[in-house]
Design a protein around this ligand. Structure first.
Ligand SMILES: [Zn+2]
Length: 144
């Protein structure tokens, strides 16, 4: 079965923020409806942590530190959640989910909604312009 993450990262795509030889960083789809919700994905297909080379994990952690700082500097996150589930899609990837100070839904509930792409905070819909601006700023800030 074709892996949707490998397929997506086969080429550059619209929501991509950063890539190097080890990892791809991109904004989550608009449907998730959280500005600053980011995926960090190893470029190669790994299904187990024990299979991931340390240099790849090092890049994941380095970019995670930069994203954390960026999200908090941009006032998008009071807390920054990170989670890997890799149940539906086996290719191990991190979800970086910013929890804004005004969000009523927190913790595991927010993670559940975000990862199912139904985080409809106040029925305000995220626009592609907001995401494009975010990506542009993020690219300047988090390049490693
Ligand atoms: Zn894959």
């Amino acid at each position: 079965m074709q892996c949707p993450i490998c397929e997506k990262n086969n080429q550059h795509h619209h929501l991509e923020i950063y890539r190097n030889q080890h990892i791809v960083v991109s904004h989550a789809p608009l449907d998730a409806n959280i500005l600053g919700y980011i995926y960090i994905e190893p470029l190669d297909h790994y299904e187990n942590w024990s299979d991931i080379p340390l240099e790849v994990l090092n890049d994941v952690q380095t970019i995670m530190k930069k994203i954390d700082l960026f999200l908090r500097n941009e006032q998008l996150a009071e807390r920054v959640y990170s989670v890997t589930i890799s149940e539906m899609v086996r290719h191990i990837h991190y979800h970086i989910i910013p929890r804004h100070k005004d969000m009523k839904v927190k913790g595991v509930s927010l993670i559940e909604k975000a990862t199912q792409q139904i985080a409809n905070e106040n029925d305000i819909e995220l626009t592609i312009d907001q995401v494009d601006q975010f990506i542009e700023k993020a690219q300047k800030s988090i390049n490693i």
